[in-house]
Each structure stands twice: as structure tokens, then as C-alpha cells.
Design a protein around this ligand. Structure first.
Ligand SMILES: *Cc1c(COP(=O)(O)O)cnc(C)c1O
Length: 406
């Protein structure tokens, strides 16, 4: 018996979904590697990667295998019990990073929520309630819960929901002097995205992160790196802090960690972790066996010299060709980013029109992303194949040609 609402179409979205998104006109129904097909059977190349999530493309055999194997064993037990995939994943993350301990949750916002609560808790326990201030950066993005929009440096996401979380200030990104002027002994944490993702793919300067580390140490503040977008191979290292050589006290991860299955993680040291004693924080699904089984498979594939070196090589391919396209059509002034998180900064004539580029690319059968109105963002699979890179960039060039001729 078929459901009364089959078939569903894009128009249904406008009828039955809360209107907080504006999805594209087509509905993807199937993916394999870096290709996606829509309801009409049209094939697209995916350089969007579900917003830097599909780190191994679509339907990667290792992930499908891990998920289906776990699906036949055990889905969920809650944190009243622990489970094998969660413990294995924690071991892998601890072995591969500065961290001694992992807390699992279901999204980037939740990983940051845990990070901010931990930072406040540590300061409260060690120094008392006065030390609770968090310094974040202008234009930063940390998620959509009330705490994380309050910490995020974009008032458009935090205004209009009543009183915000207080004790949070925002300083310009990559501006060490501004951070120095703001930080004090009341600061419990400084939170930085090693590369600002949502607001335009802006990489931090090494000296900025080094300086932030020194200032935090001087003021007994914790350094939190939000690696929700930059983590799990995206930069060509497992985490971006390893690319920069600056170690945080707390790191948040999500997006690529699950390769498309929802999971988030907060990583930290023994000394800090001990402040989240039994009952102080939690989430029903955190460390769910299905999510952790997939994340284990993601790490097994991504955290290998071949895949990480491949990211660096592919970066160069994208950058070279995108610079050529940008120059030829007068579309961008700069191609920036690290690894396979790449932002093309639109030229004066195209400022504010990233959505037009998105639409033009879609017409040519290519999925890209915006990062604000002035930057076109690419966050493809880390194992995107040679033929797909070439064909995708050919499609992008056709889109650029048509857009600039029109
Ligand atoms: C996407 C993102 C988040 C939020 O992650 P969700 O899974 O959407 O909650 C937080 N921080 C950064 C840097 C992100 O890119």
C-alpha cells in the first residue's frame, strides 16, 4: 500500500516544513562517491559535501559496511550503559590527538555547548564564579543553540530570541592586539575557529593562534578550537591544530566525523575532563553505537597518510584551476583556504552574489556552497576522484562563463 502523500515534491516543503530553510529546487535521492542524482534522474557532481560533512563522499563502502554491520547488532543503549563502538572511537581520537578524554554528542552545536560548559565549570571550580567570561571572534559560527549563537559572532543568528547568555565578548578575528586588550583574569575561555568556515573561509594566521595560546596561559583561560568544520582531515592533517602546531585545551568536532551520520565530539585533557563529574552534563544519544561505528570507519579511512596527502594534492588542483577561472571571467579576486576547504572571494562586480554563482553551478550539474554572500565555498569529499574533480571544475567554468556573459 502506498502512502497517501507519495510522491512528494519540492513544493511539499513549503506546505509542511517549518520555513527556516530555503532548499534548492531539486530533491537529491541517491549518491555514490562525489555524484548525486535527483528525483528526475539528473546527475550532479557534489563539491558541497553536505556542508563539509560527507568526508568520504556518498555511500562509501567502508561506511555502509560499518553502519549495516552495527545495525544488525545494537542501535542504542543510552549512557546508562557504555558500548564498544564508543570506546573504540574514544581510543582512536585520544591516540591521534593531544586529548586524553572524549565526550560524544550529536552535532557541532552540542560539542561546543559541552566545550563552553566545561570551560565555565573548570573556572568556577578553580577560581570562583567571577571567572566566567568567554571571548569569541567577530563573524564566528559555533552552532544554533542559544549558548552557541550567543558565543557566535553573528548577531543575525542571536538577535530576536530574548536575553542572550551574558559574559561573552567578540573581538576581530586574526587581531592579536584586540584579543590582548580584551582578555583578563575574568576570562575563562577564548574560542577560535582555526579557519572561519561559515563566514567566508578565513584561515587564522599562525602567529595569531600562537599569541592566543600565550595569552590564555598568562590569564589561566582555556583555549578552545572549534574544529567542527576544519576537523577530520579537511585541512590535510587530522585536525587543523596539527596543521598550525598550536594545541588547544578543548577541541570540538562534528560534521566530517560521522561522514554523514550525526555525531559530535568534545576532546580534552584529563585535568579538565575531571570537572565534568557524574551527572554534570549529558545527552541521551551521545556515543550512540550506530554513530560511533560509522565514525570509527571514517577515522580508519581518513587518518591515513594516503588520504591526508591526497587532500594537500587536491587542494593545489582546485586552487590552480579556480584561480584561472576567477581571472578569466573576472569572478574572484582570491582563492583561499586550506586543504579541501576552499573559498573563492567574489570580485567587486560580483560582491553579494554568491547565491547567483550557486544557482549557475546547479544549472550545470554542480553542487557548491556559499560562505556568506561574498564567497563561494568548496568542501568536497576528501577522496573525490580525479575524473570528478576535472568534470566538476569544467562544469564550474561553464557556469562562470554563462553567468558572466548574461
Ligand atoms: C557547522 C558548524 C557548527 C555547528 O554544527 P551543527 O552540527 O550544525 O550544530 C559549529 N561550528 C562550526 C565551525 C561549524 O562549521
Amino acid at each position: 500500500m502506498s502512502a497517501p502523500h507519495d510522491p512528494v515534491q519540492r513544493a511539499d516543503f513549503d506546505q509542511v516544513m517549518v520555513p527556516n530553510y530555503a532548499p534548492a529546487a531539486f530533491i537529491p535521492v541517491r549518491g555514490a562517491g562525489s555524484r548525486v542524482w535527483d528525483q528526475a534522474g539528473r546527475e550532479l557532481i557534489d563539491f558541497a559535501g553536505g556542508i563539509a560533512v560527507n568526508v568520504l563522499g556518498h555511500a562509501h563502502p567502508a561506511l555502509v559496511g560499518a553502519l549495516t554491520e552495527q545495525a544488525n547488532k545494537l542501535w542504542h543503549v543510552s549512557n546508562v550503559f557504555t558500548n564498544e563502538p564508543a570506546l573504540r572511537l574514544a581510543h582512536k581520537l585520544v591516540d591521534a590527538t593531544f586529548a586524553d578524554r572524549a565526550f560524544f554528542c550529536n552535532s557541532g552545536a552540542e560539542a561546543n555547548e559541552a566545550a563552553f560548559k566545561l570551560a565555565r565549570r573548570v573556572a568556577h571550580d578553580r577560581f570562583g564564579p567571577e571567572k566566567h567570561e568567554i571571548i569569541a571572534t567577530v563573524n564566528s559560527f559555533h552552532g544554533r543553540t542559544l549558548f552557541t549563537v550567543s558565543v557566535g559572532g553573528q548577531p543575525k543568528y542571536s538577535d530576536g530570541f530574548g536575553p542572550k547568555i551574558t559574559g561573552i565578548s567578540h573581538v576581530p578575528y586574526n587581531d592579536l592586539e584586540a584579543l590582548k586588550a580584551q582578555i583578563s583574569d575574568k576570562t575563562c575561555a577564548v574560542v577560535i575557529e582555526p579557519i572561519q568556515g561559515e563566514s567566508g573561509v578565513v584561515p587564522a594566521d599562525v602567529a595569531y593562534l600562537q599569541g592566543a595560546r600565550e595569552l590564555c596561559d598568562k590569564h589561566n583561560a582555556l583555549l578552545i578550537f572549534d574544529e567542527v568544520q576544519t576537523g577530520v582531515g579537511r585541512t590535510g592533517e587530522l585536525f587543523a591544530y596539527q596543521h598550525y602546531g598550536v594545541t588547544p585545551d578543548i577541541l570540538s568536532s562534528a560534521k566530517s566525523l560521522g561522514g554523514g551520520f550525526p555525531i559530535g565530539a568534545m576532546l580534552t585533557t584529563n585535568e579538565l575532563a575531571k570537572h565534568l563529574t557524574v551527572g554534570t552534563h549529558g545527552t541521551t544519544y551521545g556515543g550512540n553505537p550506530l554513530a560511533c561505528a560509522v565514525a570509527n570507519a571514517v577515522l580508519d579511512v581518513v587518518n591515513t597518510p594516503e588520504v591526508l596527502a591526497g587532500v594537500k594534492a587536491k587542494h593545489q588542483q582546485f586552487k590552480t584551476r579556480l584561480e584561472q577561472i576567477g581571472e578569466k571571467y573576472g569572478l574572484f579576486t582570491q582563492v583561499r583556504g586550506v586543504g579541501l576547504l576552499i573559498g573563492c572571494v567574489l570580485s567587486e562586480a560580483w560582491k553579494g552574489k554568491a547565491k547567483d554563482v550557486f544557482n549557475a553551478a546547479e544549472k550545470e550539474g554542480l553542487m557548491v556552497l556559499q560562505a556568506g554572500p561574498d564567497v563561494v565555498r568548496f568542501a568536497p569529499s576528501l577522496v573525490v576522484e580525479e575524473a570528478d574533480i576535472k568534470e566538476g571544475l569544467d562544469r564550474f567554468e561553464r557556469a562562470a562563463a554563462k553567468l558572466t556573459q548574461a
